[in-house]
Design a protein around this ligand. Structure first.
Ligand SMILES: Cc1cc2nc3c(=O)[nH]c(=O)nc-3n(C[C@H](O)[C@H](O)[C@H](O)COP(=O)(O)O)c2cc1C
Length: 238
């Protein structure tokens, strides 16, 4: 979906929740709104598109097919934007501590950006890129437990992904206790803070540690949240 055009910097936004309304999708919209008007924004919902999972055939690495996937499907739309993107924002619900398949499929298909050569770098080994470009990347995620530590693994995983693809990791935006999204206005202030994080990125910076911390702070005692959420599913009175 193209939201505006002209000679503007390009944002590739990937939204991985299949729920509607979705907290992570709303976080994404707040962030992009905070970045302001001066961008060409392309937002994709991979699960609504015809995208095959990577079959690991290495077709794209064969000399005669270099950079061409055997699956000629709608991933091409994402790849075309990826090639010219200045910013990439991934918005995702946390599934079993990590990315759901709806987002993982995009990372796997971006394998096409990697060339076969293995090159030594200070942190190990990497592949040269087929579509090199300076890209700032932000991870947005929400989870159902109240603990911010739920994001430990996705954070580590995303750091590795950024290194592997040569992306500049410009910050994480995490909200835990997602059960509050539907039942209260307690998260409303968070969306304003997320807008401010978008402003920071737009000003050419990364998202400040202070902002990342403020966005992720708890809005109620964990024990109260646990009881409230448990009751909402069991439909028992509090
Ligand atoms: C399959 C599945 C796995 C989940 N795994 C976790 C998890 O590991 N930790 C957690 O705190 N919440 C987990 N959740 C809760 C979601 O992360 C939470 O509902 C999320 O905020 C939904 O975001 P959305 O509204 O954008 O879809 C899981 C939910 C589902 C359906």
């Amino acid at each position: 979906m193209i939201m505006s055009s002209a000679e503007k910097k390009v944002i590739l936004a990937i939204s991985g929740s299949q729920r509607n309304p979705s907290l992570s999708d709303k976080m994404l919209d707040s962030f992009i709104a905070g970045m302001g008007q001066g961008y060409e924004v392309h937002k994709f919902y991979p699960h609504k598109m015809n995208i095959h999972s990577c079959t690991g055939c290495f077709h794209c690495w064969q000399k005669k097919y270099q950079g061409i996937c055997m699956h000629q499907d709608e991933f091409k739309k994402i790849l075309d934007v990826y090639k010219k993107a200045d910013y990439i924002v991934f918005a995702t619900p946390l599934y079993i501590f990590d990315f759901p398949a709806t987002v993982k499929i995009v990372f796997d298909r971006l394998f096409i950006d990697l060339q076969p050569d293995q090159v030594e770098v200070p942190w190990g080994t990497e592949h040269p890129k087929r579509f090199p470009r300076d890209r700032k990347v932000v991870l947005i995620s929400s989870c159902g437990f109240p603990d911010i530590e739920e994001f430990d693994i996705i954070k580590l995983h995303f750091d590795k992904i950024c290194k592997g693809f040569g992306w500049e990791h410009a910050g994480n935006i995490f909200i835990s206790a997602a059960g509050l999204f539907h039942s209260s206005k307690l998260l409303d202030k968070k969306f304003d803070l997320i807008k401010s994080a978008g402003e920071e990125i737009s000003a050419g910076e990364r998202i400040s540690e202070a902002m990342q911390h403020q966005i992720s702070t708890y809005v109620m005692p964990k024990e109260v949240y646990r009881r409230m959420t448990t009751a909402s599913f069991s439909q028992k009175a509090l």
